[in-house]
Design a protein around this ligand. Sequence first.
Ligand code: GFB
Length: 322
Amino acid sequence: MPSKIFALEGQRVWVAGHRGMAGSAFVRRLAQENCQVLTVPREIVDLRNQSQVDAWLAEMKPDVVLMAAGKVGGIVANNTLRAEFMYDNLAMTSNVIHGAYEHGVKKLIYLGSTCIYPRLAPQPMPEDCLLSGALEPTNEPYAIAKIAGIKMVEAYRTQYGCDFVSLMPTNLYGPGDNYHPAHAHVFAALLKRFHDATIDAAEEVVVWGTGTPRREFLHVDDLADACLFVLEHYSGPQYFNVGTGSDLSIAELAALIAEVTGYKGRIRFDHSKPDGTPRKLVDVTRLRALGWTHRVDLKDGVELAYRSFTQTSAAARNDRAR
Ligand code: GFB
């Protein structure tokens, strides 16, 4: 374990995007640290608006920024809301990174995504395969915006000496996920669909695509832990993949979620829906060499995520009943 080069203690830490799945995990994780967490709802500061971001930074003067804000979604959301995914992410990224530079932020962590790597990248995908081939068309606008963010982080370090670092989380899941039937990522979409099918004793659940694409899944609390680890132990020009180092097919994921939710019916694959990238497994050698490894294995993670989903749904039902 390397020694700490930066201590969070006493720092003012702005979590940008604190209502999202990653941002809310950062807030939970930071509660264990002796630091001051700053958040602001989008009704007050729209991160796409440069002057609002600038005014917020001038007033709050954070020492650290965790940039978890972004417009995100699954394969269909990415493919249909192409303009929004591009504009919203480019605008938020550029306002937050440039503002952090202008207001003397000491450290910033930027969250990219593994869809920045070429569609047919070598597996597992090393950080160095960035920009070595064509992107997956279904999420190209989002990937281009994320690549712009990584390159901004790089450029602000080179030209201005900003201590900003990028992380590339693999597909995330956990509390605070979006369960929208069409726009969710596969994990949350299937968790909800299998849960509903179990409650309704449905005979069939439809899973999009062929079931053969392979994906890697990381519990969002592990991402939050990795983020603080990098913040405190690394300062330099490298960026880091964050994953578990193992993947499974969508068919295997569906079977696992069916088991955890208690679903006993049939699973049908809808070949009219897109498969996306055939495989997306990150090479985690670089972050492991720095001293960080994930803690939550997928089987435990599905159970944890399901528990959180059912508790949140029960709380929402109680709220509606009041
Ligand atoms: O999480 P997901 O939507 O996005 O997963 P990506 C897509 C894979 O899961 C495809 C299959 O192979 C889908 O055919 N799948 C099966 C489903 N059933 C469903 C379902 O009900 N909903 C969804 N969404 N998929 C995303 C990118 O790629 O990964 C983002 O689009 C981002 O930009 C994210 O990078 C991490 O893994 O393909």
